[in-house]
Ligand binder design. Structure first.
Ligand SMILES: [Cu+2]
Length: 146
């Protein structure tokens, strides 16, 4: 008789715990998006370069422009993403700053004296394609008509 009572109690306890485990608290992850981007603009454009040192030079040049808040150059895609305050600067100023550091952009050819001063590994090919997909493919035939 005691065993029966005990097992009922156990079953009841199990029922309770399983009920409890089902009441998960819904975590409300409301992202607080700061509306800081009112005056912010983004631009993305091609910049030639080879390596991590190029990345540093290119990003430093872009960040040196007053109003630029973030610059990120992609070594595989040969392009840069820049966030800037468009009340302080514009895309052309950023192109010029990068070109002055020796690097070609889509719009402005790199300064040749600055290019000569770059480390050997950074002397990129002036024929290099910009705005690449970043896919590790040797030949890209996706643009060809068939
Ligand atoms: Cu380099």
């Amino acid at each position: 008789m005691k065993k029966v009572i005990l097992s009922v109690a156990v079953i009841a306890a199990m029922g309770l715990t399983s009920c409890n485990s089902q009441t998960k608290k819904e975590v409300n992850t409301s992202t607080t998006e700061v509306s800081q981007e009112l005056a912010m603009a983004n631009t993305t454009f091609g910049v030639r370069g080879n390596c991590g040192m190029c990345k540093k030079t290119i990003e430093k040049a872009a960040n040196s422009v007053d109003g630029v808040s973030n610059a990120s150059w992609d070594v595989d895609k040969k392009k840069i993403d820049v966030s800037f305050d468009d009340s302080k600067t514009d895309a052309m100023t950023i192109h010029n700053a990068i070109a002055a550091s020796g690097y070609d952009t889509e719009m402005v050819a790199g300064d040749l004296d600055a290019y000569d001063g770059l480390p050997g590994c950074c002397k990129y090919d002036h024929e290099m394609a910009m705005n690449q997909t970043g896919d590790k493919k040797d030949d890209d035939d996706s643009n060809q008509d068939h």
